[in-house]
Design a protein around this ligand. Structure first.
Ligand SMILES: O=P(O)(O)OC[C@H]1O[C@@H](O)[C@H](O)[C@@H](O)[C@@H]1O
Length: 241
């Protein structure tokens, strides 16, 4: 018998977005791979960028922290720059913004639809009056939610824009999960965090969440457990009551 939980018995359920509610982790993954392949070729950086770099350095983290982490792994040091840097700037921010062009292009061209299992779980939580929120590192979260037609389902959206405005540290630091619980008016110890990235699971664990669900979309069940997940599922359909 697989272990399961009725999430309606908790004070609140706080969801990561990319890879948890919408299949946008794949869109991010592809945009990063395209941009880094070009950059590594241009700057003769070795070893080549691989999918493992995504899970180790980028998954769940804020845009520029991810860029800095990948470059640091190849001993490349460049100036941080500023979020307003153009895509031509050879700064951490400029390079992050370069990737965002690929992400926006894909979102516009292909649109995005939420995972059916995630929608069914959200429906059940809404029906029972359980407060829900989004806790994403992405500055594109509002756009993704609007494109998927589900923005109005969430009274609280803690995203990369809010984190920047409020000076909150990137996952795996506890800041964003702690602040989102505060905004939703729930006690983290009595709430659920739902995450597909090890950095996100670690953030929720550091913020003291009562239940952390790891959704394995490629990070791996053991990596998610090691980061602090209590329960692993491959799709949120498994948690629909
Ligand atoms: O560049 P954005 O849209 O602000 O997103 C930052 C990060 O947001 C996270 O949600 C994704 O897991 C990462 O893949 C992504 O890099």
């Amino acid at each position: 018998m697989p272990q399961t939980e009725d999430l309606r018995t908790y004070a609140g359920v706080l969801f990561d977005l990319d890879g948890v509610i919408t299949p946008t982790a794949e869109v991010h993954m592809h945009a990063w791979a395209t941009m880094f392949a070009e950059l590594f070729a241009e700057w003769n950086i070795t070893p080549p960028y691989t999918e493992a770099d995504y899970f180790t350095h980028l998954d769940g983290k804020k845009r520029y922290d991810g860029v800095a982490s990948v470059l640091r792994s190849r001993n490349v040091e460049i100036p941080w720059g500023d979020p307003s840097d153009p895509v031509t700037a050879d700064t951490v921010c400029g390079i992050g913004n370069r990737k965002n062009v690929y992400f926006e292009r894909a979102l516009q061209a292909d649109g995005i639809t939420a995972y059916p299992g995630s929608l069914r779980l959200i429906d059940a939580l809404e029906a029972s009056g359980t407060p829900i929120a989004v806790v994403s590192s992405s500055k594109n979260a509002e756009q993704v939610l609007a494109t998927a037609g589900i923005r109005d389902r969430f009274p609280v959206v803690m995203d990369g824009v809010v984190a920047e405005t409020e000076g909150l540290a990137s996952k795996p630091a506890p800041d964003v999960f702690a602040r989102a619980a505060e905004l939703l008016g729930v006690d983290p110890a009595r709430s659920v965090a739902v995450e597909d990235a090890t950095s996100g699971v670690a953030s929720a664990a550091a913020a003291g969440y009562g239940l952390i669900v790891g959704v394995d979309r490629g990070a791996g069940a053991s990596a998610l457990r090691d980061a602090g997940a209590h329960l692993i599922v491959s799709d949120l359909e498994e948690l629909v009551p």
